[in-house]
Ligand binder design. Sequence first.
Ligand SMILES: *Cc1c(COP(=O)(O)O)cnc(C)c1O
Length: 242
Amino acid sequence: MRERAAELAANLARVEERLKRACAAAGRDRAEVTLVVVTKTHPAEDVRLLAELGVRHVAENREQEAAPKAAACAGLPLTWHFVGQLQTNKVRSVAEFCDYVHSVDRPRLVSALSAAAVRRGRELGCLLQVALDREVGEGAAAAGRGGVAPDGVPALADAVAAAPGLALSGVMTVAPLSGPYAGNPRAAFDRLMEVSSGLRGVGGAATMVSAGMSSDLEEAVAAGATHVRVGTAVLGVRPRLG
Ligand SMILES: *Cc1c(COP(=O)(O)O)cnc(C)c1O
């Protein structure tokens, strides 16, 4: 375990260096960007080590894996983020341990999250996942990655803002593999920033912009992301598909 701690510490230092450099290049303060470490497929013991190394934000993408892991890590000073596609029958469980859901992409999920948050008696931060492989239309994005098209964002934002127990926290995206932004994460993240600006009228506090992963965190910081979600660069290659 000491070996693993050293490995995680070295990886974290490398990511921190990348973030520092990216912030400097963009003329931004390092404090403007929060590192969220995506711990999916890695054990609770890694989460514990990360907390000891100073990580304060972790993310998971599957409820079945995340719920027991969060329970095993109860008491650690961590903020939990959910970044995966979410089925409504998993919402109650997610609301138990999560502080933020980055993957809000449809009205039915908003009402389910609202009911779960009210029941739990605690506010849930919601980020709208924006699918940038298309500008208009409903339904799941290509390859079932989830997300609402940009033209659906205002209505969904209104729904979150009006829902008891939910706070409209911001927007999230994953750089698309198809469509006009494929292979150009910077342009995708710039577009996400535009979508984010459009939200300011709805919820005054919807300032979170969640973008950038291990391979494109520099582009996200350059565009203006407030939260980067980094898995592989901190924890190593995942043992299986997450
Ligand atoms: C797994 C995952 C990440 C982290 O990806 P890496 O390439 O391992 O950094 C970020 N965001 C989401 C939504 C993910 O599912």
